[in-house]
Design a protein around this ligand. Structure first.
Ligand code: MN
Length: 292
């Protein structure tokens, strides 16, 4: 098996606020060549690097807004976030948990710091990904998967290297709990200092990683500090990562959908006409109702 080489190591961009509760560095679709096609089916990645939010009586976050045509996946590393949507999905996720919301034909949702976390304040660190849906599933029923940390697949690595939590996909025969529409691997890799993990993904799958904590070496060459993103070339299969410190690494790989993308704001469809319809349906209340 040949090595999947690093295409580029991307430093975090200047952060901006999404609503008043998420202070994010956008990697997809704005950094380097990471447009909505380059990491297909991962079409958006916002990363709230570790940030202290002071106590707030009013929970910070993002108010009611629509989505259609894709899935939003939120991974909590620090802090707690509450979610409600117009399809009846909702819940609270905390450190190590994931919420996987399939907006598909359309939902309204809101995303806030959980009430107690908000009142007490604290360290907050999250990733939000948008995972695209193939055209044939874009108008399917919305659904919601709350994935607690205990439900994730886990593989203990050899030689006290650490472990791999499997959110989606499969690693060393262990499957993750997320139901996905296309072939996706999403792992949280917890490496001890000098710990090693090796992964193999098909060459044509779009593959990347984000160093959420610590510092790693990728293959034999790349040194990747915390909060940096690594995009891999679409050649070779194997990636080796070594913890230079105790580290947490989000590993992403997915089979490209390879369909046209028409995106505007919270809607990601295949054609302009479908975007127009999405706006009309939203205006006409077809996404349901959700109180502020
Ligand atoms: Mn949203």
């Amino acid at each position: 098996m040949s090595t999947k080489k690093i295409e580029v190591i991307v430093p975090p961009r200047e952060p901006h606020f999404v609503g008043d509760g998420f202070r994010v560095h956008n990697f997809i679709p704005s950094a380097y060549r990471l447009d909505m096609h380059r990491m297909d089916p991962f079409i958006m990645l916002d990363y709230n690097s570790r940030f202290y939010f002071p106590p707030s009586e009013k929970p910070l976050g993002v108010g009611v807004h629509p989505h259609r045509g894709f899935e939003t996946v939120t991974i909590a590393y620090k802090g707690r976030v509450a979610h409600h949507d117009s399809a009846g999905g909702g819940g609270i996720i905390g450190e190590g948990d994931v919420q996987w919301m399939t907006a598909a034909s359309g939902v309204l949702h809101k995303e806030y710091h959980e009430e107690t976390f908000s009142k007490e304040g604290g360290e907050f660190q999250m990733v939000q990904l948008w995972v695209n849906l193939p055209a044939k599933f874009k108008m399917s029923q919305p659904k919601y998967q709350a994935i607690s940390n205990q439900e994730m697949g886990i593989v203990e690595l050899e030689n006290n290297s650490g472990n791999v939590e499997i959110i989606a996909g499969e690693y060393q025969g262990v499957k993750g709990p997320a139901n996905t529409f296309t072939s996706i691997s999403m792992f949280n890799v917890k490496l001890n200092e000098n710990g090693i993990a090796v992964f193999s993904f098909p060459a044509h799958f779009n593959t990347a990683l984000l160093v959420v904590e610590g510092e790693i070496q990728v293959n034999e060459d790349g040194i990747v500090p915390v909060d940096h993103f690594v995009l891999f070339e679409n050649e070779g299969e194997q990636v080796k990562i070594t913890g230079l410190k105790n580290s947490i690494v989000l590993v992403l790989s997915g089979e490209p959908i390879n369909e046209p993308i028409a995106a505007h704001g919270p809607f990601v469809m295949n054609t302009r006409q479908e975007l127009v319809e999405a706006f009309q349906d939203f205006q006409n209340g077809k996404f349901g109702y959700l109180a502020d």
